[in-house]
Design a protein around this ligand. Structure first.
Ligand code: NAD
Length: 362
């Protein structure tokens, strides 16, 4: 297998931007897609980084993903915004949906943003971080349709829903501080991480996957080569329960679609997201909020290290550590993924030499 390429973040952004532009995106869209995907890689979530670009470009070529689409406001009830993503790039649709919700939450104290029918919106933490940067608390429930189910219900032996992510972001207690960003798939691992393991020729951890007969396996190929297996939910019945809630809030309450027979006929990865954005200063008061967030976080992090552990972190810290490391050292892209990106470029008339040259990977 050829070696992993190491690419600097700005070069990787330039390569994604270049391919998106060739696919028909305008400058703003290409920049938002590049920023979002490369930030996922910088954060250590290669599953939601540039490795998604080939799927996006294929969907553009097949006209299943609409370039240069914007969010459409279906109804506006002040603190409830009902939006349709028009099957546009999720990196643009998610950004616009959060911009609208942030403005409204600043004005009214809170806003429910109901978003249906977007192409893949990537790392949900990106949207939590956008709200947190505006000083707002947010919580997000997401379902995934347009593709066959991936995750088995607790007690079941085949897949019945997708990796339904959940995110809650708490803005920094002090100016210049860091937010807490809990952002996770409700499956043991995200599907993209199964793809990354397969591309790297690695096995996944025991207790993550079952094969088509419901038997435990560590082989990621079970999710790609028929007969297809399933990923397990995290936390047994509890993670399964949260996945069901995400499915119903995001898939049903937004007016989108939940997973059932026929929900994957389009073959196009589609996200629905139910978000609640809150100004914490409007509830217990800004001063109490700052004091209590800082006091609790400090208290929790002061827990002595468990044997063999690196100490207590809060959600969002592993991603920030990885951002510092990869910003300094470059982003590793495995050879299979890089080959797929180069081929995606070729499908929109960007030569392999051009992609490699823009990325500095030649
Ligand atoms: P993960 O398991 O790597 O991390 C989950 C959370 O745990 C993060 O908030 C992280 O900061 C926190 N965390 C990790 N280690 C920690 C530690 N030692 N101490 C404290 N907190 C810690 O994430 P995942 O479940 O693999 O999800 C990966 C990404 O996939 C997420 O960004 C998610 O939004 C995305 N996703 C997107 C979709 C979609 O359809 N758009 C579907 C599924 C997942």
């Amino acid at each position: 297998m050829a070696a992993t390429v190491i690419i600097a973040a700005d070069k990787l952004r330039a390569a994604v931007r270049h391919i998106c532009l060739a696919g028909g995106s305008n400058e703003r869209e290409a920049a938002l897609v590049a920023e979002n995907l490369v930030l996922a890689n910088l954060s250590g979530h290669d599953s939601h980084g540039v490795g998604m670009l080939p799927q996006y470009i294929l969907a553009v070529v097949e006209k299943r993903l609409k370039v240069n689409a914007s969010v459409r406001v279906l109804s506006d009830a002040g603190a409830i915004l009902n939006l349709d993503g028009n099957m546009g790039y999720g990196q643009v649709i998610g950004h616009e949906a959060m911009e609208l919700g942030i403005l409204r939450a600043k004005d009214l104290g809170a806003c429910i943003v109901s978003l249906r029918n977007s192409h893949h919106i990537g790392r949900i933490g990106h949207w939590g971080e956008q709200c947190a940067a505006a000083g707002l608390v947010s919580t997000h429930y997401v379902n995934v349709v347009g593709r066959p189910p991936l995750v088995a219900p607790y007690g079941g032996a085949d897949a019945r829903f997708a990796t339904n992510p959940y995110c809650c972001a708490i803005p920094a207690a002090e100016p210049g501080g860091e937010p807490i960003v809990l952002d996770m798939a409700t499956s043991k691992i995200a599907m993209g991480k199964v793809r990354v393991a397969m591309n790297k020729g690695e096995q996944v951890a025991p207790g993550t996957l079952i094969d088509a007969k419901g038997a435990a396996t560590t082989d990621p190929k079970t999710m790609f080569n028929p007969p297809i297996g399933a990923i397990l939910a995290f936390g047994e019945h509890k993670g399964y329960g949260l996945a069901v809630i995400a499915e119903l809030l995001a898939g049903a309450m937004t007016g989108g679609v939940t997973m059932h027979e026929g929900s994957w006929a389009s073959g196009t990865i589609t996200n629905n997201m139910f978000s609640v954005i809150i100004d914490p200063a409007k509830l217990g008061g800004a001063e109490t909020w700052r004091r209590e967030v800082a006091a609790f976080t400090d208290f929790v992090k002061a827990s002595p290290k468990a044997p063999g552990s690196d100490g207590v972190l809060v959600a969002g810290e592993p991603e920030r550590r990885m951002r510092a490391k990869r910003a300094a050292e470059g982003i590793p892209v495995d050879a299979t993924t890089w080959g797929e990106i180069v081929a995606a470029g070729e499908s929109v008339n960007v030569s392999a030499a051009e992609t490699n040259s823009v990325a500095g990977a030649a």
